[in-house]
Design a protein around this ligand. Structure first.
Ligand code: SAH
Length: 594
């Protein structure tokens, strides 16, 4: 453990943890174990002093202290909310992680993270989160949006929270996949009636066009500047050309996501320094890739020199269009004596999150799954799963519910919404990729959307923990639903699993209309393993009316299959599986036990 001390330099990634009681120290140890590289724990008794020095030295503070004591200790050193580190207090009973200071500057998120590690409740009291709206100062921050000028944040935030009409605007016809805003803020609010504007734009606004209402301008990371230069061109020349190119095209430098050039210029001092001075990363592309890019101003002289007829235009287009995004030039090539520059804009892509919510219980859903639900503006799923998570959705989230059996339609809807530019979450139970929506959705999805997946705990894994340790060795998942798969194919796999001596997990095992498949599958397995082979089944694993049983293959075939329905997953042991103290155990290695 590293003591927090005045001598230490400020470390913005560090979390200073203050714990003075026994329970606090133990809990601090859990944070330390969860984030070994970030936590600096102080367990000395002078809490006030320790707190103030952590506040001075660290990027965030977690105090296992009363809120009152913490506030009194920090009061003399409080400064500006934009520069002070956020502070989270956890009570002695370890029930609450309270975001006390800097809620919108990492405090609320830290409270949620700490609560996640300690298993307590995060307490968030900032106004816009209480109303469940996105705080305007960090709206879209995870997409790389930055606020051009902070002054309009307060009046625009007030208009948003008090329900007055607020207009959201984008450049052109294309939206960024932003989280939802409260219903009074939307792209549909007419300009005339809007009392505040939220504008997502890479255009440097002309001063005479300044709007009369508070306007928060967000700079999206939409531009790539392409540059080429002669060997030895000065950073000042490259920089001046780039700045002029952006200015002449009416574009904001804050929207530049990268500076791109050809590999031959990877070590060109002037280019590297011009980028570094502006805080832009440099993207280097091979000449052979640039040669294939269609550009308005190719040059044979350049081709002879570097192997591509265009550097600036081609590099800008190519880098902006990476990962399949579509890109267009917004500033053609301009030249100075020794350098060239051009600017490309990428078209924002919608985002599809494939989110598995786990088997049921909220605390078995990944925090990342819940975060995706929170950031989506459109959530698509089956009614029953949507009901599970409705309380987590922000007001303004559009919910597209559908009934059982409409998988294809659900997948198409989710993809179409993402293609239209929205941030979409397609949700399902367990894992989204296991007998679920991920594959139909990806069948329809093109390269024109971003796709992220969040793993979920699948039914077999959730059930296994109720039964014992049935998955300790090789196992196979088999769905017994013959709606989309002919029975012959299913039977072939069951036989193979039987012969291969796998533990088998049956999904979709039995319904009122499909009642013979499970007994048939069990009979096939029984040809290869003894009657006392353990079988476990769990109905509604990790849900309110969970029911689990460990029995045998013989008993199942003797009528116990009746207990199984479509809310159940059935696990059949291999020949090495056994029952130990009522628990279903498959040994790790067959050789261990001889
Ligand atoms: N994507 C899901 C599976 C969907 S297929 C997952 O990863 O878990 C539907 C089948 O999954 C059901 O018929 C049942 O066999 C099983 N299942 C899903 N959730 C379950 C739960 N909580 N308890 C028991 N079985 C479940």
């Amino acid at each position: 453990m590293h003591p927090t001390g005045k001598a230490q330099m400020t470390d913005s990634g560090a979390i200073g943890v203050i714990a003075v009681t026994e329970r606090g120290r133990t809990a601090a140890g859990r944070l330390q174990a969860a984030w070994p590289d970030r936590v600096r724990t102080s367990t000395e008794n002078r809490a006030g002093e320790q707190l103030r020095s952590a506040f001075a030295d660290c990027g965030a503070v977690v105090a296992f202290l009363a809120v009152g004591a913490t506030v009194r200790a920090l009061a003399p050193v409080l400064g500006d909310k934009h520069t002070d580190p956020p502070v989270v207090c956890v009570d002695e009973a370890l029930q609450h992680a309270v975001a006390v200071l800097g809620g919108h500057h990492g405090g609320n998120a830290l409270a949620v993270e700490v609560a996640g590690v300690l298993g307590c409740r995060p307490v968030v009291t900032t106004a816009s989160d209480a109303a469940s709206a996105a705080p305007l100062d960090s709206y879209g921050a995870d997409l790389g949006l930055t606020v051009a000028d902070t002054a309009p944040l307060a009046p625009a935030g007030a208009a948003l929270l008090s329900g007055r009409p607020v207009r959201l605007e984008f450049d052109g016809d294309r939206a960024w996949p932003l989280p939802p805003l409260p219903p009074n803020a939307s792209t549909a609010t007419p300009r005339e009636s809007a009392e505040a504007l939220l504008r997502v734009s890479d255009r440097a606004a002309a001063p005479e066009a300044a709007p009369a209402v508070p306007t928060v301008v967000y700079r999206p990371p939409s531009l790539v500047v392409g540059v080429g230069s002669a060997r030895g061109a000065a950073a000042e020349e490259v920089g001046a050309l780039v700045d002029r190119t952006l200015a002449e095209a009416g574009l904001s430098a804050r929207s530049v996501r990268a500076l791109a050039t050809v590999d031959a210029k990877a070590d060109e001092e002037g280019i590297l320094r011009a980028a570094a001075e502006r805080g832009w990363p440099v993207r280097v592309l091979p000449a052979s890739e640039l040669a294939g890019v269609d550009v308005p101003n190719p040059s044979e002289v350049v081709r002879a020199e570097v192997g591509t007829p265009s550097v600036a235009e081609a590099a800008a287009l190519r880098a902006a269009g990476e990962d399949g995004a579509s890109a267009a030039l917004v500033a053609d090539k301009r030249k100075s004596e020794n350098a060239t520059a051009a600017v490309a804009r990428l078209r924002p892509r919608g985002r599809l999150a494939l989110v598995g919510l786990g088997p049921g219980a909220r605390d078995l859903a990944a925090p990342r799954a819940l975060a995706e639900l929170h950031r989506a503006s459109v959530v698509v799923g089956l009614d029953q799963y949507l009901d599970q998570v409705r309380d987590l959705l922000r007001p303004g989230t559009r919910v597209v519910a559908s009934g059982l059996g409409q998988e294809e339609e659900r997948a198409r809807t989710a993809v179409a919404e993402a293609q239209a530019g929205a941030a979409v979450a397609l949700i399902g139970s367990g894992d989204a990729g296991v007998y679920a929506m991920a594959s139909p959705a990806l069948d329809f999805a093109g390269a024109d959307i971003d796709v992220v997946g969040v793993p979920g705990i699948t039914a077999a894994v959730a059930a296994a923990h109720r039964l014992g340790a049935p998955l300790g060795h090789d196992h196979a998942y088999i769905s017994l639903s013959d709606l989309h798969t002919p029975w012959e194919a299913i039977e072939r796999r069951v036989r193979a699993a039987a012969e291969g001596d796998f533990t088998v997990c049956f999904y979709n095992p039995r319904s009122r209309r499909r009642d013979w498949q499970l007994p048939e599958a069990l009979r096939l397995l029984a040809e290869h393993r003894p009657p006392h082979t353990p079988v476990g089944y769990v109905r509604n694993a990790a849900r309110d009316d969970e029911h689990a049983a460990v029995t045998t293959l013989a008993a199942m075939l003797d009528g116990e299959v009746e207990a199984v329905d479509m809310y159940t997953v059935v696990l059949v042991g291999s020949s090495a599986s056994r029952t130990v103290a009522g628990r279903f155990v498959t040994p790790r290695g067959y050789t261990w036990r001889g």
